[in-house]
Design a protein around this ligand. Structure first.
Ligand code: BZS
Ligand code: CA
Ligand code: ZN
Ligand code: CA
Ligand code: CA
Length: 536
């Protein structure tokens, strides 16, 4: 009996891990199986240890490793370089994506010693590739019988679902941004677009999420641009998938313009078609919606070769003779993406204004601190908060605008509508501080958008902006505006200040509003804070 129990335990130990490796049939042997993929990336690392470092972002449901590589100079060190993310194989049957990721790895690693453009990209950026987000599906897809054996045309992961024999979650419907919102996924476990029982119910999406969140440093997301490789249709898709609206409230007009221009720039280089992802069909809980919606990463889905065919087999199993030409066809578009993706606003010709050391449209939390000195006297409801300003009118005059300067959010005092003291009105002092930012030797200007409205006031009311030197803690006043006797209505204005005295320093921006004078309504809003690049 003990022996029986021990044998049973041994049997469980031996069978609990991933099943034996599956492979492509001889006619498609140029495709990499999961095992061959792992061997290939290990060989590339071994041949290029100075610039390629493999790591794992976590495990699949069945316990397989989700492999990733970092490619950069000084690869073991986290340098202050813009970061890029690529991933492939959310969907098991989309094997060309793995080939595209391996092509990219090889292009960067092999080109480093011989191609000056590749060397420059690798030296100045930190590039991450996640090769197969869905390794369980990868293996399973090569294990079916029937007329297309060994292919299964499997899409989802291999996670069981309670109360049914139907297996798997569509990983590209399981992300936690507007999950299940809009009819772009299925609640039925037997569907190929089953979204899972909750957002992030799949270990594979959690692993990707946790890796991306680990790249938020000092409140700022280091990954600037991202491509997820899918098949098929030869398309470049930008967010959102959840809505057909071109510029919904959770996208700024500027970001939309950058998405369109950047996608078209890539498409011009590989002959794909660029469009909003919902132009294909509505999806919810998909990856790029989460990447942009919560992280403001310029995130694209590439639908690789082949073009749309009439069958699932034609769509997903092009002969392996196509791999070399079709992955190489994307070289120029990938180089372009790596060149401009550190700041896609540069594609719009906005490099000076929008690609400096700091650009914050306040649509997500980018690491500002409230009350940094602990000296603020305004109560919580009256202080600055980041949110959607509610319109307020007092004595026929608009005191708080109903719109942020960009997108839907701004920093706003007493955010809610109304003029109740200490609730909607600022009373006392409230202070915001940006994260610390390294300025170049010759910095561009500080610019920001603001509203400063008030009833009859005096110079003891003010809005002031300082630059604080991290090393000395010294604060220098660079801009200020004081209250006046008249009544001033709300309108968005642009302010600028010269930063040349702070060249080469690590600094932060400190913004303070004080309502200490006559007890009348005072409102302050701040949006679109930029430390620009100097004019070229
Ligand atoms: C695919 C198609 C893909 C999907 C399309 C899509 C991706 C739409 C991202 C929107 C956003 O499976 O390759 O259905 O996931
Ligand atoms: Ca580096
Ligand atoms: Zn896909
Ligand atoms: Ca804004
Ligand atoms: Ca207010």
């Amino acid at each position: 009996m003990f022996l029986g129990a021990a044998l049973a335990a041994l049997f469980i130990a031996l069978t609990a891990g991933p099943a034996a490796a599956a492979d492509f049939p001889a006619r498609d042997s140029r495709y990499h199986s999961f095992t061959e993929m792992v061997a290939e990336i290990k060989a590339v690392q071994a041949a290029n240890p100075g610039i390629v470092k493999l790591f794992s972002i976590g495990k699949s449901y069945q316990g397989r490793t989700i492999w990733a590589a970092k490619i950069s100079d000084n690869v073991a060190t986290d340098e202050a370089e813009p970061e890029f993310l690529f991933d492939s194989l959310h969907h098991a049957r989309e094997h060309m994506g793995v080939e595209q990721s391996l092509y990219l790895l090889n292009t960067l690693a092999k080109g480093y010693g011989s191609d000056s453009q590749i060397k420059e990209l690798v030296d100045s950026r930190e590039i991450y590739i996640i090769f197969a987000l869905n390794p369980d599906g990868f293996e399973y897809d090569l294990t079916c019988g029937g007329s297309h054996a060994p292919y299964c045309a499997w899409r989802k992961n291999r996670q069981p679902n309670a109360g049914t024999s139907a297996i798997g979650t569509d990983l590209n419907r399981n992300y936690g941004y507007r999950w299940a919102c809009c009819g772009g996924s299925s609640g039925s476990p037997s569907s190929i677009t089953y979204r899972g029982k909750a957002a992030w119910s799949a270990p594979e999406t959690r692993a990707l999420r946790d890796f991306v969140l680990s790249r938020v440093i000092g409140g700022r997301q280091q990954i600037k641009s991202h491509i997820t490789f899918h098949t098929n249709g030869k398309l470049i898709l930008w967010p959102y998938g959840y809505t057909k609206t071109d510029i919904p409230a959770d996208m700024t007009a500027l970001d939309h313009a950058a998405f369109v221009a950047f996608a078209k720039g890539m498409a011009a280089r590989n002959g794909y078609e660029a469009e909003q992802s919902s132009d294909l069909y509505i999806t919810d809980g998909d990856q790029i919606d989460w990447m942009y919606g919560t992280q403001r990463i310029f995130s694209f889905t590439w639908e690789l070769y082949p073009p749309e065919t009439s069958t699932v087999w034609g769509d997903h199993y092009p002969a392996d003779e196509n791999i070399a030409a079709q992955t190489a066809n994307n070289r120029a578009a990938l180089v372009y993406f790596l060149r401009f993706g550190w700041c896609p606003y540069s594609v719009l010709g906005r490099i000076q204004a929008d690609c400096g050391p700091l650009f914050d449209d306040t649509e997500i939390n980018r690491g500002w601190s409230l009350n940094p000195d602990g000296t603020d006297t305004a109560v919580a409801t009256s202080r600055f908060s980041r949110g959607d300003p509610e319109p307020t009118t007092q004595n026929g005059l608009r005191s708080q605008p109903d719109r942020a300067s960009s997108g839907r959010y701004a920093f706003v005092t007493g955010r809610l509508a109304g003029s109740t003291p200490n609730t909607n009105d600022l009373d006392g002092q409230t202070t915001l501080a940006s994260p610390f930012v390294q300025l170049p030797p010759v910095p561009g200007r500080l610019s920001f958008r603001y509203v400063y409205s008030h009833g009859p006031s005096s110079a003891s009311d003010y809005l002031k902006v300082w630059i604080e030197d991290e090393a000395t803690k010294a604060r220098t006043l660079v801009w200020s505006k004081a209250g006046t006797a008249g009544t001033i209505g709300a309108s968005w204005q642009t302010a600028t200040a010269v930063l040349t005295p702070f060249g080469g320093k690590r600094v932060r921006i400190v913004i303070r509003a004080v309502d200490a004078g006559p007890n009348s309504l005072m409102e302050v809003l701040i949006d679109d804070v930029r430390i620009e690049r100097p004019p070229a």
